[in-house]
Design a protein around this ligand. Structure first.
Ligand code: 0L1
Ligand code: MG
Length: 262
């Protein structure tokens, strides 16, 4: 680590204020070019701790940069993870208040809840498949706090991987008999198809994303506890949205999920 605790606390407050005030900032590595990945996750965990200390509830974990396209764009070969809080979550059909966000983009994701603890290293796709309680169709609304989504990997990890809102479908599905790799999704904005994809867009298999999460947490001495809600990563590119837009993700087998940007 290159940053001291005081700087980590200040940067956590700086990024969380940008989130809560919906006002963008420049990437933090501009002022702290020597910060490392450990510092970046330390800032993210500090933001999480501050929210919990203020009485908000931890709701789950998310994987980000899980597509080859996004990893290539960032020049990296590993994904990143962030956290979700209850205030970020919406049910199917519930609205999202657009003015609470800076420049939201929507991406369809397969979400799941675990039925067993998952522990890395060497967590496998089979380990994950045997630890899925149920699947949920979901959408993530990413909203980087960095101006024009201009960031580097360390800055975006500190900014909780752009997490801002997520919407869960109303139907849960047992994983048995569901081919997550080939599961198709269609993303519609205002009734028009804007993106399509399949589960394999997520690291080749959405369960691989959860296995990598368990492995990344293991390097921190953490596990994925039983009952954890996890968003596995975007199946399509992220689509920019504006006030008045209605977005629906239609998943094969899992059903659909809709939100409107009020
Ligand atoms: O969930 C994601 O894949 C987003 C990761 C952060 C990068 C971005 O904001 O595009
Ligand atoms: Mg995402």
């Amino acid at each position: 680590m290159n940053l001291d605790q005081k700087t980590i606390s200040e940067l956590a407050q700086h990024l969380e204020a940008a989130e809560l005030n919906a006002s963008d900032v420049v990437k933090i590595t501009d002022a702290y070019p020597n910060m490392d990945y450990e510092d970046a996750y330390a800032i993210q965990y500090e933001i999480r701790k501050n929210k919990i200390n203020r009485g908000q509830k931890f709701a789950g974990l998310k994987m980000g940069l899980t597509s080859q396209a996004k990893m290539k764009q960032m020049g990296v070969d590993t994904p990143i993870f962030g956290f979700l809080m209850d205030y970020m979550g919406r049910g199917d059909g519930q609205e999202i208040i657009t003015k609470e966000l800076i420049h939201p983009k929507v991406e369809p994701e397969i979400a799941l809840v675990t039925s067993k603890e998952l522990r890395g290293p060497n967590c496998s796709v089979d380990d994950v498949l045997s630890a899925i309680d149920f699947l949920v169709p979901a959408m993530e609304i990413i909203d980087s706090r960095y101006r024009d989504f201009k960031f580097d990997l360390k800055s975006v990890i500190a900014d909780n991987t752009s997490s801002s809102r997520y919407v869960m479908g109303g139907k849960i599905t047992d994983v048995s008999g569901v081919d997550l790799e080939h599961l198709g999704v269609v993303l519609e904005k205002n009734g028009e198809v804007v993106a399509t994809g399949a589960g394999a867009a997520v690291l080749g298999h959405p369960a691989k994303s959860v296995a990598m999460l368990a492995d990344m947490l293991a390097s921190r001495g953490e596990t994925i506890p039983t009952g954890t809600f996890i968003m596995t990563g975007a199946i399509t590119e992220a689509i920019a949205v504006d006030v008045g837009d209605t977005v629906t993700a239609k998943f094969q087998h899992l059903g659909s999920v809709t939100t409107r940007f009020a």
